[in-house]
Design a protein around this ligand. Structure first.
Ligand code: C5P
Length: 224
């Protein structure tokens, strides 16, 4: 039995990596299984929310009752988020978005020419989806509760605290190491304006349920 703490709310979640094409057969991406984001979408649905899940390329089944939008690149992810965020009251950014994309894409496969010369790639910065959404008027008016994630290799509390302020979000969730890529369990560090607390190691499913409770408790009452 799951308490319907998110009934009447619309929750938008990003999950998985993004894939930034170099040419039709190659690209760069981040390590991310999508499992945490999918577990969050499932938990939000089970807590009674209407859920839209914008997913990069992952091999995870869509949770029952969740509306899924598949994307590849960060720019596509931003566009899909912007199409869906106006209707949402909670935005949870779990995606591991590539920070950079190749400055240009070759429409044809880049060929080895046998000379031993290697291509060099130039990069441009991708949009920061979370920061963009967090400073939209919808969020600034208090109608959208934004949650960010942080995966750090060291000094998680300091980085998560600084990241929360930099991104302009009320709640930042740190993945407590070691790296959890692809694993079924995790431990989380929750950082908000009041301070921080830990959700001890558990399955991503249980952590997602606990996180939904934490988010629901921070939302303004419905109809306010
Ligand atoms: O800056 P960093 O990538 O560590 O921030 C992580 C948080 O920001 C995550 O919530 C991630 O989904 C979000 N993010 C984003 N768009 C980016 C980079 C990160 O939404 N381009």
């Amino acid at each position: 039995f799951t308490p319907k703490t998110l009934a009447g709310r619309r929750v938008l979640v990003t999950a998985g990596p993004t894939f930034e094409a170099i040419d039709p057969v190659r690209g760069i991406t981040n390590l991310s299984s999508g499992k945490m984001g999918f577990a969050i979408a499932r938990a939000a649905r089970e807590a009674g929310a209407d859920v839209t899940l914008v997913a990069g390329p992952v091999h995870v089944p869509t949770p029952r009752g969740v509306q899924r939008v598949n994307v590849q690149s960060a720019q596509e992810m931003l566009a899909a988020v912007q199409r869906n965020v106006q209707a949402a009251s909670v935005f949870i950014a779990t995606a591991a978005v590539a920070d950079w994309r190749p400055a240009s894409q070759s429409s044809q496969k880049i060929k080895k020419d046998g000379s031993g010369q290697t291509p060099s790639l130039e990069f441009v910065e991708n949009p920061d989806i979370l920061a963009t959404v967090a400073k939209s008027s919808h969020a600034l008016q208090g109608d959208l509760f934004c949650v960010g994630f942080a995966a750090e290799s060291h000094d998680l509390l300091a980085h998560a605290t600084a990241k929360r302020v930099r991104k302009g979000v009320p709640l930042l969730v740190g993945n407590i190491g070691p790296a959890t890529f692809g694993q079924d369990d995790n431990a989380l560090l929750l950082v908000d304006a009041q301070g921080h607390r830990e959700l001890p190691r558990a399955s991503k499913r249980v952590l997602a349920q606990q996180l939904m409770g934490e988010i629901a408790a921070r939302l303004p009452p419905l109809g306010s």
